[in-house]
Design a protein around this ligand. Structure first.
Ligand code: SF4
Length: 668
């Protein structure tokens, strides 16, 4: 008999698609899109079509494992849960007694986006007084850039774009990273809109764009301010909107006119002055431009200022005042839920030290008093995804580091573990999902029982708390009880009683942002000038790599068939992705005597990695592109693109700077 269960895609993607899972005899036999989901409306991306093959992969970890070989060799023996928990708790107790709680480091991110499983270990490690992790690997600079101009103003619904006549995908490869926004952009185009892609190379989204504007990596702020210059110079800014809704237009106008003439901007962006002017005029002529800003432009040393400049441009165009117009960075609905009772900030014995997850290699090598002696990883694969891979691997290979990894597969990080604990997939546990690309939330219940002895992140966290002798009531709560707690404490203006009932039934429910002032900023207006910021006005800041001597700017872009290092367990997806490739334009390849398909080594001061070369027309001179994050086990040289990325941080938010590195390339 086939039953159908509702679920949600758990991966780190703004779409949080609704799933229908066909179950036969306790197995998920097919996963498809849920037509009733208000945003994804029944379609899934190529990664999730076939999710049942991930869930029932022969490579799933099904039992606890204890290391028998040298660190990183991947040699383990099977253990019982009882033995594994006893071993972990014993080592942690000894380390706590000798070195104190800060010798423990939890490391996690968005392997599962559900509020419970993603945050599962927080309370435990707070209670133990562990070093706290700054979970900043993705786009904190994007948030900082938005809030510098817009404060806490929620982003518009992505559905607004359907009424736009000019859609700008700014650093947003929507086809690969927000498929259902791409579909809406295509629908707007069918209705007559123009679509412009502003990016560093002609990626998959070029196929849905009428125009592709290629800007030099890290120079987006200069382009945005150059457009502001043209708008100001030619009387094309939305003066009525700015006078009524913004503060600081005279100051921004003066700066743009003085410093960002198209000729000056051309030198930074690589765009001809006429191209800057043409883009400005196209934007100004549109009835309702909609700017969708991706995460990529924020992953440079100047990331926050870059996003701030593009958000300011949107205000100068007056996009917010028009039907179909808007500027969307994120819609995070997490403000609807109060996570504090679950993450246990109050359990911290004192404010413990913090470590950036972007500087893991440095933390494992350099921290003292105490050094990191134990690390617990869930929902992340730092050996593959953290920057400065060689430093990370050196740290993980430390014989004196007690590493526990809770995972679904034997990832590069799990191979370095002392103890590996088997994790459930999203179909095997409950969770509560929100999105950062739309306003729907959904509660998912397990569609199938756990495979083997796999346990959910929260169940393992509870078991470890018990093994450590912790007695707080929180650690006795089931996942469902935690979800009930989160829903009971949800802001009633976001989650009404009616919405609550629909969530309990498993439906995806679109929340309306709570009523409030139009602009949730200290001044009550859009803040083009913000004196609370270190820099009161937007401006172009050089990127970190601008001063590096190597000739190619490396763009570590998202892939179509994998998501960070997720989905690498699926051979058919790896095959479609075409292996670990580095893309160069024809001129750069020819200059080095390199041909499509050959092995090449990319190198810089951080490290080197071996790729297959792909020569692509859409990659401009001076740029190299590596899409996706390969597992090291599949990488031709046992290093992936993060052997080339640095531990430098963004201007604000202490975010990652994955896109802000230079390399050169030679035959491999
Ligand atoms: S990865 Fe994104 S687009 Fe693909 S199914 Fe999941 S949420 Fe949807």
């Amino acid at each position: 008999m086939t039953t159908i269960a509702r679920s949600v895609c758990p991966f780190d993607c703004p779409d949080s698609c609704g799933l229908l899972v066909e179950v036969e005899g306790g197995r998920a036999v097919k996963v498809r899109g849920d037509p009733a989901h208000p945003y994804s409306q029944g379609t899934l991306c190529p990664k999730m079509n076939g999710y049942d093959r991930t869930v029932h992969s022969p490579d799933r970890l099904l039992h606890p494992l204890v290391r028998t070989g040298r660190k990183g060799a991947g040699e383990f023996r099977r253990a019982s849960w009882e033995e594994a928990l006893r071993l972990v708790a014993g080592r942690w107790k000894a380390i706590l007694a000798e070195s104190g709680g800060e010798a423990l480091l939890p490391y996690s991110y968005a392997g599962s986006m559900g509020l419970v499983q993603r945050n599962a270990g927080m309370a435990l490690f707070h209670r133990l007084g562990a070093t706290r992790l700054e979970r900043t690997i993705c786009t904190p600079a994007q948030g900082a850039g938005w809030s510098a101009v817009m404060g806490r103003t929620p982003g518009p619904s992505p559905d607004v774009v359907l009424d736009s006549d000019l859609v700008v995908l700014w650093g947003c490869n929507a086809v690969a990273t927000s498929l259902h926004f791409a579909r809406r952009a295509q629908e707007a185009r069918r209705r007559g809109a123009r679509v412009i892609l502003v990016d560093t190379y002609a990626n998959h989204s070029a196929a849905i764009a009428d125009d592709v504007v290629l800007v030099r990596p890290g120079a987006d702020a200069a382009l945005a301010l150059g457009i502001v210059h043209v708008l100001a110079r030619e009387g094309l800014a939305d003066e009525r909107f700015l006078a009524a809704e913004a503060v600081g237009w005279p100051e921004l106008r003066a700066r743009a006119l003085a410093e960002y003439a198209p000729e000056a901007v051309s030198r930074v962006t690589g765009l001809a002055p006429a191209a800057v002017e043409a883009l400005a005029r196209t934007l100004a002529a549109a009835r309702a431009p909609f700017l969708r800003i991706g995460g990529g432009p924020s992953r440079y040393g100047n990331g926050a200022m870059t996003i701030r400049s593009v958000v300011a441009l949107a205000a100068v165009l007056g996009v917010h005042g028009r039907k179909g117009g808007g500027c969307l960075v994120s819609t995070s609905t997490s403000a609807a839920f109060d996570l504090a009772p679950f993450t246990g900030e109050d359990l911290l014995p004192r404010p413990t030290r913090q470590v950036s997850m972007n500087q893991l290699g440095r933390a494992l090598a350099e921290l003292s008093d105490p050094p990191i002696r134990a690390m617990y990883v869930w929902g992340s694969n730092p050996a593959a995804v953290a920057p400065d891979q060689n430093a990370v691997l050196r740290g993980l290979a430390r014989e004196d580091l007690f590493l526990v990894v809770h995972e679904r597969f034997m990832t590069d990080t799990a191979r370095h573990a002392d103890v590996v604990l088997p994790a459930t997939t999203s179909l095997e546990h409950a969770d509560l999902y929100r999105s950062y690309g739309h306003y729907a939330v959904q509660r998912a219940r397990p569609a199938i029982p756990p495979l083997g002895e796999a346990r959910s992140n929260w169940d393992v966290s509870r078991a470890l708390a018990a093994a450590m002798g912790l007695e707080e009531p929180l650690f006795r709560m089931s996942t469902d009880e935690v979800i009930e707690l989160l829903l009971a404490r949800a802001a009633p203006e976001w989650v009404s009683a009616a919405a609550r009932a629909r969530l309990d039934s498993g439906e995806a429910v679109t929340l309306a942002p709570p009523p409030g002032p139009r602009w949730r900023t200290p001044s009550g207006r859009i803040e083009l000038l913000n004196r609370a910021e270190p820099e009161p006005l937007p401006r172009y800041l050089p990127a970190h790599a601008d001063g590096d001597p190597l000739p190619l700017r490396l763009v570590t872009a998202p892939a179509l068939y994998t998501l960070n290092s997720s989905f690498q367990e699926r051979p058919e997806l790896r095959e479609k992705a075409g292996g670990m490739a580095l893309q160069l334009g024809p001129a750069e390849a020819a200059r080095r005597g390199l041909a499509d398909g050959q092995r090449v080594v990319a190198w810089n001061a951080v490290g080197e990695a071996t790729f297959v070369l792909r020569v692509r027309e859409g990659v401009p001179p001076g740029v190299a592109v590596a899409e996706g994050v390969s597992w090291l086990a599949h990488a031709p040289g046992e290093r992936n693109v993060n052997a080339l990325t640095s531990q430098r941080l963004t201007d604000q938010g202490r975010g990652s700077t994955f896109y802000d590195n230079r390399i050169d390339v030679r035959a491999g």
